[in-house]
Every structure is written in structure tokens, then in C-alpha cells.
Write a protein that binds this ligand. Structure first.
Ligand code: ZN
Ligand code: ZN
Length: 275
């Protein structure tokens, strides 16, 4: 059995629509594919409707923050309509706009002549973000080029007009997903410096009810995989794998990393029983 438990579509930052992801999963010879878009389940309906030989495992990848650093949490088989979880997801989505507006307000307070209307017009249909604010700043003449916005003086991380993203505490994410009938897997804990999760932190998350650890991920070295397998064994976590495919953005790698049949069954067995 071949199961790729980490895949993105156009519902977040992937380049292929969910139906195309399902077709590619079939061509890759997968039996199971998990659609795990960032902070949304918007792609599930289309993926489900694209009936084919591959089973869809509904999921998402939650943006979390632990000890001041970004962390990604994969979640599977939860009820996205569960009120508390749905409210958190709405909060994360709304935050994208609130955050951009707050940065515009801070810039105005610093004497920069930019308005929310300008920024929104520049963003158009895209999810509004710092690049759009930077362009508005350049248009206003406050800076010579958008690039100059990304300094400590302006909207770089920690800058005078910077506003951080809202992100979930991972222990709360574990609780929310559990309460919604699902299971959580810590995504790519050793994929890079930006999202490095320590053994001590993983131990804490395991104690909080984490079900699995993503071991087989394209950005994790053989040495780190070996360490994570040992850690998963010690903490009784399920070692999972996924390609983290984003379509053309990541060079079409769907099915390149997989979860073993044994691990997949173990993960399913950890879905909480209704009380
Ligand atoms: Zn991630
Ligand atoms: Zn991902």
C-alpha cells in the first residue's frame, strides 16, 4: 500500500486544483492521498467529487507557533464543522486581512501616506500580504522600491510597522483536532532552521496527545530521519511520510515520500472514539 499523507492544492499555495491532485495521485500509483492545505479544508469537496481509484484522507496543515517559532501541524479525519475548530480556522483566515490593515495603520502612524484601499487594490484577488503593502509604500514615495520596505525601519520581521501573524499554540491545535474527532502529526520537524523542533519540544507535544511524527519528508536528511524514527519509537508516535507536493512549485513530487501500511493503520487506530 502506498500513502502520501502531505499534499497541497490551489486551496492554499499549491499550483494544481484538488481534482488534478487526485488525478496525479492515481498516475503516481498511490492508494491513499491526504489533501493537507494550509489552514483550510476548502479543497476537500472538489477532491472528493473527483472520484477515482485513490482514497482521499481529508486533512490540513495548521500554522502554529511554539516558543516564538513557526511550527506546522498536520491534522487528519477531523470534523471541520466542529464549532471551536471552525472558529479557529476562520480566525486564522481573517487574520490575514486584519494583520495587513494593522500594518497599514502603523505605517500611517509613522507618517507614511498609504491607505488600506490602495493596498487592497494592489492585492486584487490575491491573499493580501506584505508584498502588496511594500508596493503601496513605493507608490506613495515613502521608499524608492518595494524591496526597501523589508527592513527593520518598516515591515521586516520585528520592524517598526511589523505585525506578527496569528498562529495557534500546537497543544491547543492537538486538543482542537482531537475534540473534532481527528488526529495530529507534527509536520517536517527537521526540515530546516526555520521550523526546527527539538526533542524536548516533541516530547512535550507527545505528552499533549500528538499521534505522529512526519519522518519521511523531502527536506529531511537520512541522518535526521534515523533520529526521528528512534524518537517516534521512544515516544510511541506513528512515523509518517508525505511529499509536501505543491505542484510545479516543488517540481511535481507527489508520491515521492510515503507512509507504510503499518504506520497508516496505526494512525487510523488513534482516531478518538466518540464519547
Ligand atoms: Zn509545512
Ligand atoms: Zn506542507
Amino acid at each position: 500500500m502506498r500513502a502520501d499523507l502531505h499534499v497541497h492544492s490551489t486551496a492554499s499555495d499549491g499550483t494544481d486544483p484538488p481534482a488534478e491532485v487526485m488525478r496525479r495521485a492515481a498516475r503516481a500509483g498511490l492508494d491513499v492521498v491526504a489533501l493537507t492545505d494550509h489552514d483550510t479544508v476548502a479543497g476537500h469537496a472538489e477532491a472528493r467529487a473527483a472520484a477515482g481509484p485513490v482514497a482521499l484522507l481529508p486533512g490540513m496543515e495548521l500554522s502554529c507557533r511554539l516558543d516564538g517559532r513557526s511550527l506546522h501541524m498536520l491534522a487528519y479525519l477531523f470534523d471541520a464543522d466542529q464549532p471551536e475548530l471552525a472558529a479557529e480556522l476562520a480566525r486564522i483566515r481573517d487574520d490575514r486581512v486584519l494583520r495587513a490593515r494593522a500594518m497599514v495603520d502603523k505605517l500611517a502612524g509613522l507618517g507614511v501616506d498609504v491607505s488600506w484601499g490602495q493596498v487592497a487594490a494592489i492585492a486584487g484577488q490575491a491573499v493580501v500580504g506584505r508584498p502588496h503593502i511594500a508596493r503601496a509604500m513605493a507608490d506613495s514615495g515613502a521608499i524608492a522600491s518595494p524591496r526597501e520596505a523589508f527592513t527593520r525601519d518598516w515591515i521586516a520581521d520585528g520592524g517598526r510597522a511589523y505585525v506578527g501573524r496569528y498562529a495557534l499554540d500546537p497543544v491547543r491545535a492537538i486538543d482542537l483536532v482531537r475534540a473534532a474527532g481527528g488526529v495530529t502529526v507534527l509536520a517536517h520537524p527537521r526540515a530546516g532552521r526555520d521550523t526546527w523542533v527539538t526533542n524536548e519540544q516533541i516530547t512535550r507535544l507527545a505528552a499533549a496527545g500528538l499521534a505522529g511524527l512526519e519522518v519521511f519528508h523531502p527536506d529531511q536528511s537520512e541522518a535526521e530521519r534515523a533520529r526521528l524514527i528512534a524518537l517516534a519509537h521512544d515516544l510511541a508516535l506513528v512515523p509518517t511520510g508525505g511529499s509536501d507536493d505543491h505542484g510545479s512549485l516543488t517540481g511535481y513530487r507527489l508520491g515521492g515520500e510515503t507512509t507504510s501500511a503499518e504506520a497508516y493503520q496505526d494512525l487510523l487506530s488513534r482516531v478518538p472514539r466518540p464519547a
